[in-house]
Design a protein around this ligand. Sequence first.
Ligand code: ARG
Length: 353
Amino acid sequence: MMADVRRPCAWLLLLLGALIFTFSGLLASRALGDHSERHGARSHKSHRAHGGRPAVPRAVESIVGGAGASIARFPFQVALYNPRAGSPSVGFFCGGVIIDATHVATAAHCIATGSHGRTGALEEIEVLAGSSTLTPTDPGSVRDAVAGASFDPNYEPSTSDFDVGLLTLARPLWAGATPPSVNGIDTIAPLPVDAALAASYSDPQAEQTVLATVSGWGDLNPAPTSGPSYPAGLQSAQVPLVTEGLCAENYAAIEQTITPRMICAGNSRRRTDSCYGDSGGPLVVDSDSPADPPQDYVLVGLVDFGNGCAQPGYPGVYTRIGNPEVAGFLNSGSAHRARLAGRQSRKKRRRHR
Ligand code: ARG
């Protein structure tokens, strides 16, 4: 008898308990979500992913506010990947820019290991050119090994200053004077580094809105509640350049100095930005209006870092090609290049911001 009376009571209690548990769990996870979003946004710069991919999701959004893009529009864009991972999509870790038949510009942090002056093992870096998708790769695309890698001797990992690197390819991407075309379309082409030209399109003080374009295969979904999501296909987004003064003011809030080697771009209102995995890739300005890319593009930056992605008040930060030292490293660092090219690190890890 007693037991019969108690049983429904116990069930009721259990049900009530379950309800309370679920409800408090919901509240807790919301709070945790909020916390990790803020935390992730602050700490992402010190986050390091190993084996080429960001390991933990951080902050909000993607090559945010972007759309799928054809490599024919960005034929200078390459993907850097670790061939040991098995495929470009699995080994993908950064972007890069073809600057001539044998050289690819990228961010120093894409290829540097912990100690200064060292790059990761060259066998762990390969370049995919001429493909819109990382998997399967497009017909006519080229995978090239890397014979040399170096970065600016002034590169400072703690501040991201001088975050510029250079890869020397094992084989030229094209043999003749001009790159090959596939069905009359150039899918592999250089974007020369011209500091003066870049500077004329990216005056650090200029207040008028200059619309730049960023591209890459970077993270589409670094939301704190779900894992990172990498697109197979190239994405691009339009990001207005932000003045040096405003950007410095923005980043002062998190004690990040914006140096003359940096240029900022992003649209907090429409929330367009680059994100994790886009690093080393191109930020370009169309030199002509109406736009006739890719011939009209001028390289003004390389994806570098941000405070999370597409966070209001924090534009993306890029390595400034209009800075003569940055462009000088890319264009005339041959002696230094050769010296570092032979130096291979035993360390397998690469930094990834
Ligand atoms: N450091 C990232 C990378 O290695 C790029 C982050 C860019 N962030 C941004 N908010 N624009 O791919």
